[in-house]
Write a protein that binds this ligand. Structure first.
Ligand SMILES: NC(=O)c1ccc[n+]([C@@H]2O[C@H](COP(=O)([O-])OP(=O)(O)OC[C@H]3O[C@@H](n4cnc5c(N)ncnc54)[C@H](OP(=O)(O)O)[C@@H]3O)[C@@H](O)[C@H]2O)c1
Length: 329
């Protein structure tokens, strides 16, 4: 076969149109490592890329998909052997480099990481950028000195891709996890994942005019940003740590300096895509210890390339629960 299938976003007369196309395999030759994609995962960035967000993807036509697990077909650098099971996530994959919503990708060798042996290719994508981001946040929280005896940890956007992994892994480490969600109907699932309490969004939000409030938790893994992040910081106990990765609830941070200069709160920024390879390996080692795909499986929806349109649309409305993985092969 001279072509392979890919979910492409095209810019046609100013509109962004998505469809499955046949792409010439010769286009794969331009890069170092060719990988047969087994699974990809859908992240919020992919939704943005698919609707033409130029902050994510400058040029179209383009194949979204920031996450891939699969097998090496060829490697010009001889770093990997044919058939090696590998993972590629972040860097520029799916942003300004054709991504994983396709049967094949070709990428620089420096982006490719051997898969952690304990996980299958499917589980690796159930984790994907979501689990990786949660683990990177947890790693930073642990490095800041946070420990289970300090108190509860809030995970916001708890039914989202990052959130479900945050709840599972923090619980595994012995933290008392409070899951904040806008979906009350998901409470039982979140408790089964390890959450000790499920909080409605209103239970976390603090009045804008109050610079500080009574401390309620020792830290947070925040995926929402905006007033949610500000509220979490204002109610974190002295020397606590809040890791922040997302902005689904807003880009602004309406807050004073008081939580930082009076309570010594650590605000830990997370950028998964640009994580250096050395740290990537450490984060995957941590995932190897604490990620439990069997527990999170109920939050993972496996779909085909044909179902990507519907999944992206659900993600755009935040109507989904957990993570979408695409079985490509
Ligand atoms: N910095 C990084 O390296 C990095 C890496 C991965 C993801 N991210 C970002 O992290 C965020 C979460 O990613 P994800 O993959 O978990 O996304 P997701 O699957 O879409 O989950 C986001 C969750 O946030 C909650 N939410 C949505 N809109 C909200 C609002 N207006 N106010 C409060 N909560 C809201 C919802 O959960 P509930 O219904 O349970 O509240 C939703 O399921 C995104 O902004 C994403 O771009 C950043």
């Amino acid at each position: 076969m001279k072509t392979f299938r890919a979910y492409r976003t095209e810019e046609i007369n100013g509109e962004f149109v998505n469809s499955i196309k046949n792409i010439d395999k010769s286009t794969l030759e331009s890069d170092e490592v060719i990988i047969k994609v087994a699974y990809s995962g859908i992240n919020y960035k992919d939704y943005l890329s698919s609707i033409g967000n130029k902050g994510i993807t400058r040029n179209y036509p383009h194949t979204p998909g920031v996450d891939v697990s699969g097998c090496v077909v060829s490697d010009k650098t001889n770093t990997f052997n044919v058939g090696d099971e590998v993972v590629v996530m972040g860097n520029d994959l799916g942003m300004n480099h054709d991504g994983g919503f396709a049967e094949y990708i070709s990428v620089p060798s420096a982006w490719v990481l051997a898969k952690v042996g304990r996980f299958t290719l499917q589980e690796t994508m159930q984790i994907g950028t979501s689990g990786f981001t949660a683990a990177l946040g947890i790693k930073k929280m642990l490095q800041s000195g946070l420990k289970p005896s300090d108190g509860a940890i809030v995970v916001s956007g708890a039914t989202g891709g990052v959130g479900v992994w945050g709840v599972q892994m923090l619980s595994k480490l012995g933290f008392e996890v409070w899951a904040m969600t806008g979906k009350a109907e998901a409470a039982t699932m979140l408790e089964a994942l390890g959450a000790k309490r499920v909080l409605g969004r209103d239970e976390v939000l603090a009045p804008l005019e109050k610079p500080l409030l009574r401390p309620k938790w020792a830290g947070a893994l925040d995926t929402v940003g905006g007033v949610t992040l500000a509220s979490l910081l204002k109610q974190t106990s002295k020397s606590g740590s809040v890791a922040t990765c997302g902005n689904v609830g807003g880009m602004d941070l309406p807050i004073t300096v008081l939580p930082f200069i009076l309570n010594g709160i650590n605000l830990l920024g997370i950028n998964a895509a640009d994580t250096p390879m050395e740290i990537r390996k450490e984060v995957w080692a941590l995932l190897g210890e604490i990620a439990e795909p069997s527990k999170v499986a109920g939050f993972c929806n496996e779909i085909s390339l044909e179902q990507v349109d519907d999944a992206l649309s659900q993600m755009g409305k935040s109507g989904h629960i957990g993570r979408f993985t695409i079985k490509v092969e």
